[in-house]
Design a protein around this ligand. Structure first.
Ligand SMILES: NC(=O)C1=CN([C@@H]2O[C@H](COP(=O)(O)OP(=O)(O)OC[C@H]3O[C@@H](n4cnc5c(N)ncnc54)[C@H](OP(=O)(O)O)[C@@H]3O)[C@@H](O)[C@H]2O)C=CC1
Ligand SMILES: Nc1nc(=O)c2c([nH]1)NC[C@@H]1CN(c3ccc(C(=O)N[C@@H](CCC(=O)O)C(=O)O)cc3)C=[N+]21
Length: 190
């Protein structure tokens, strides 16, 4: 499948994933707003806001730069007036960068990449990763873990999201929220 052709075929007013290039472009520009914000990054911001984490003026690090998570998450943090660094697979000494962060969003797809020693005491950690690891003791033969080593990180962080039961369910909630907004807009409800 060619994702560019598919995204171009979606009407920007019905793009509830927020992946159309026009919606991403509007998200990136000052003074413009997209019709929809991508669900997973939107869920990350909702978690930070509802947990009372201050974003303005803080240092944030996003690990990962995909079109669907890392890049829009970095844009949203920047819009919320954080100073944002992006760590990716070519970054040297990522832990030196993450250790300066008040907020970390990890969206990598590598189980337990972020260790306790990567984290500044008191930082807020949003773990987007959904990684299956073999576990013969669990009914499915595997269990899900995040990109952050929860056992270590939870001893250092001020706040941390679990996997499962963290960003995943928020993504689903944001998809429903975007879908409701879309319907309201099309039917001219308030
Ligand atoms: N909870 C939820 O709702 C969702 C969870 N996910 C999960 O989030 C994770 C990321 O998803 P997605 O963004 O789609 O993944 P992608 O594979 O598209 O992107 C991964 C990103 O991580 C970077 N990366 C890979 N290895 C390293 C490393 N060792 N150190 C630093 N950066 C690295 C890559 O860098 P580079 O660009 O250099 O290749 C890339 O930018 C996955 O586990 C996925 O299952 C995804 C969507 C929703
Ligand atoms: N166009 C598009 N939109 C997406 O939103 C999208 C996508 N593509 N590609 C794949 C990723 C992945 N993703 C998840 C959403 C919820 C959970 C979730 O709710 N997980 C549960 C665990 C579920 C279980 O136990 O199996 C949890 O974290 O608690 C996981 C992963 C959305 N994605």
């Amino acid at each position: 499948m060619n994702d560019e052709n598919i995204l171009n075929a979606v009407s920007i007013e019905k793009d509830v994933d927020g992946f159309h290039p026009v919606n991403i472009g509007r998200l990136a520009m000052q003074g413009r707003d997209p019709f929809f914000v991508p669900c997973t990054p939107k869920g990350c911001m909702e978690l930070l806001h509802r947990s009372g984490v201050e974003i303005k003026g803080k240092r944030a690090v996003v690990i990962g730069r995909s079109n669907i998570v890392g890049t829009p998450a970095a844009l949203l943090l920047q819009k919320a007036n954080a100073t944002v660094s992006i760590v990716h697979s070519k970054t040297k000494n990522p832990e030196e960068i993450t250790r300066q962060a008040d907020i970390i969003i990890a969206a990598v797809g590598v189980a337990n990449l972020v260790r306790g020693s990567w984290i500044k005491p008191g930082a807020a950690i949003i773990d987007v990763g959904i990684n299956p690891v073999d576990d013969p003791a669990s009914p499915r033969g595997y269990r899900l873990v995040g990109d952050v080593c929860f056992e270590e990180a939870s001893k250092v962080a001020g706040a941390i999201t679990p996997v499962p039961g963290g960003v995943g369910p928020m993504t689903i909630a944001m998809l429903l929220s975007n879908t409701l907004d879309s319907a309201k807009r099309i039917h001219k409800f308030k």
